[in-house]
Design a protein around this ligand. Structure first.
Ligand SMILES: NC(=O)c1ccc[n+]([C@@H]2O[C@H](COP(=O)([O-])OP(=O)(O)OC[C@H]3O[C@@H](n4cnc5c(N)ncnc54)[C@H](O)[C@@H]3O)[C@@H](O)[C@H]2O)c1
Length: 374
């Protein structure tokens, strides 16, 4: 596959996830970074470009200018990564899609449901593809879990438990903590724990089970004094076909770092997975002892093998899972194909679904935990 040219919006000096995207995009040799509008502040944007080896003529102070200029170049970018705060995802993605440039955007897709609907229309009108980096779907054992559920190893799904627990917002953050500042500002984030990490848990549950949510109820709470977004969210999901689900997303659960877990219980068996120990999937067949599935024996686990890079026993983790999403996006872009129905690629549809989830949780909580149809 020819090396694809990548641009980036956000991810400048002092930013968090932009650096992860850069590493992930390079891991399988699919992309090279050639352009960027790396920060809201022009001086920081250009300084970041210099450090990253991006030439001055492709370092932009404004993403709109970048979209137009890159589209006009014969060697313009094939895709742009969007790694800014949430409220900018929609406008930035629309600017690049309007130029038929492929978009790789971090989650949640937007800050509001209205923005998500607008972006959906922009994506439909564009020749560019839209990819959403719900990176936890890239882990080999998650692909394995998805395969086992679809092959019926668990029987009919009854219960889905997806929790994402952190503690880094347990107190009012220091004023210079940029990541915390925009996340706790509803205008920039669109929501607190529910949007930031609840969407990951929800997406993961839907990705592995293939179930569709019919209704939900939620209680969102802000535990830290003065906070105007939720920092703790409890959600009950009703799925098509009768299964029940629960999501607990918290950023004030002391003792938890990135404790994302998924457990699925069916009529014939169950699976359990934990992001902090991601190379192991526990499978229990009804009546048997729990069985540990690893990346070893890859022939027996084709969906896990397809996204495994090194021999089992050598840990693979967050960066590799992220890189899998970049590789799969590159394959779609290079083939200029639509992701097939069976593809693992997460796109605009799942992004819109995620924002419907957030919106419904917020409305339910505002209405005292009432059931909301989706
Ligand atoms: N998938 C994951 O696991 C994961 C993890 C962390 C963050 N994220 C998502 O990534 C995004 C960024 O989060 P972060 O923690 O890296 O935030 P951050 O505050 O560290 O970085 C945001 C960057 O965006 C830049 N920016 C702001 N406005 C801009 C503009 N108009 N033009 C260009 N750049 C601009 C800032 O200067 C900064 O460089 C968020 O949407 C977040 O939800 C995803």
């Amino acid at each position: 596959m020819a090396l694809l040219k990548l641009g980036m919006v956000g991810g400048g000096q002092g930013a968090f996830i932009g650096g992860v995207h850069r590493m992930a995009s390079r891991l399988d040799g699919c992309f090279e970074l050639v352009a960027g509008a790396f920060a809201s502040d022009p001086a920081r944007a250009h300084a970041s470009a210099e450090i990253l080896g991006v030439s001055a003529d492709r370092s932009y102070a404004d993403y709109r200018e970048m979209a137009t200029a890159e589209a006009a170049r014969p060697d313009g970018i094939d895709a742009v990564s969007i790694v800014t705060p949430n409220h900018l995802h929609g406008p930035i993605a629309e600017a690049f899609l309007a130029q038929d440039i492929n978009v790789i955007c971090d989650k949640p897709m937007t800050a509001t449901l209205a923005q998500a609907r607008s972006l959906m229309l922009a994506a439909e009108a564009s020749k560019g593809h839209f990819f959403l980096t719900h990176n936890y779907t890239g882990y080999p054992m998650i692909r394995q879990a998805q395969q086992m559920v679809s092959e019926g190893a668990l029987g009919n799904i009854r219960i889905v438990e997806a929790n994402y627990l952190q503690d880094w917002l347990s107190e009012a953050p220091a004023p210079d903590n940029k990541q915390a500042a925009w996340r706790t500002d509803p205008a920039q984030s669109g929501g607190g724990a529910i949007g930031d990490i609840g969407t990951h848990a929800y997406n993961l549950a839907c990705f592995v089970t293939g179930l569709r949510t019919t209704r939900l109820n939620a209680t969102l709470q802000a535990h830290v004094a003065g906070r105007t977004v939720d920092d703790d969210a409890r959600v009950t999901l009703q799925f098509d076909g009768g299964a029940r689900g629960h999501i607990w997303a918290s950023q004030v659960a002391v003792g938890n770092e990135n404790n994302l877990t998924l457990a699925i219980y069916g009529t014939k068996g169950s699976i359990k997975w934990a992001q902090e120990n991601p190379n192991i999937l526990l499978f229990t067949k009804l009546g048997d002892a729990p069985q540990m599935i690893t990346r070893g024996g890859v022939a027996a686990h084709p969906s896990a093998a397809a996204v495994t890079r090194i021999p089992a026993g050598h840990p693979e983790g967050y960066l590799e899972a992220f890189a899998t999403l970049y590789r799969e996006a590159a394959e779609v872009i290079a083939a200029n194909s639509e992701p097939t129905r069976k593809s693992a690629v997460i796109g605009i549809k799942q992004g819109l679904d995620g924002m419907r989830f957030v919106d419904a949780c917020q409305r339910s909580s505002d209405d005292g935990g009432a059931w909301i149809a989706l």
